[in-house]
Design a protein around this ligand. Sequence first.
Ligand code: SF4
Ligand code: F3S
Ligand code: FES
Length: 234
Amino acid sequence: MQVTLRIYRYNPEKDEKPYYQNYTLEADPTDRVLDLLEYIKAHIDGTLSFRRSCAHGICGSDAMRINGRNYLACKVLVKDLGTSNITVEPLLGFKAIKDMIVDMEPFFEHYRSVIPYLVNDEPLPRGERLQSPEEQERFDDTTKCILCAACTTSCPSFWANGKYVGPAAIVAAHRFIFDSRDRAAAERLQVLNDHFGVFRCHTIFNCTEACPREIKITQAIGEVKKAIATGRLE
Ligand code: SF4
Ligand code: F3S
Ligand code: FES
């Protein structure tokens, strides 16, 4: 089949403003959008810029807007889009660097603000810090995050104010807040009880719909809100 990609182009070093460029090429319905971008870069226009690494939905580097929705380009097939006209744009809400490459530093600043690692200064037991399967299950879903930013950049609260810590950072916090081995839940909940913390979430659900790892993000955010409101980790 023939497909036309309408791709957002912007090189701030030479373009006054962004524009769209069309590329028409042959594709298989089972091609991934990343395959088409790679083809264009290798055979038609080497200046096209986008991030990618694993090409298998693991590294989280190729999140972008495809036909108006956030996807990992390596996980969406041409046939899944239901059209031969494919618009590719960068994630919303971050500063453009070049084409689909955006400045992720503010995203990682929010991530770092929630202490996204296990904290436990108690003396090490002999062997491991044990945990029951039920205790592990409590935070298992949020361990699946690959930090692709598809959730945060689809959230209208984040679009309205980029200081909102955003769903990805809350997911990272959730993963440790509900880990029975961790001892820094109170500090994380304090960070998330800030003016730009978890209560900026108005339960819009775009984040959950965008997540390529199918994490129940809105539910996780609700659990963090409840922990702040009740002072209990249930
Ligand atoms: Fe990506 Fe999902 Fe993690 Fe958000 S929660 S950064 S959408 S993997
Ligand atoms: Fe935004 Fe998701 Fe909440 S889209 S408002 S973080 S439920
Ligand atoms: Fe790694 Fe798509 S390239 S997730």
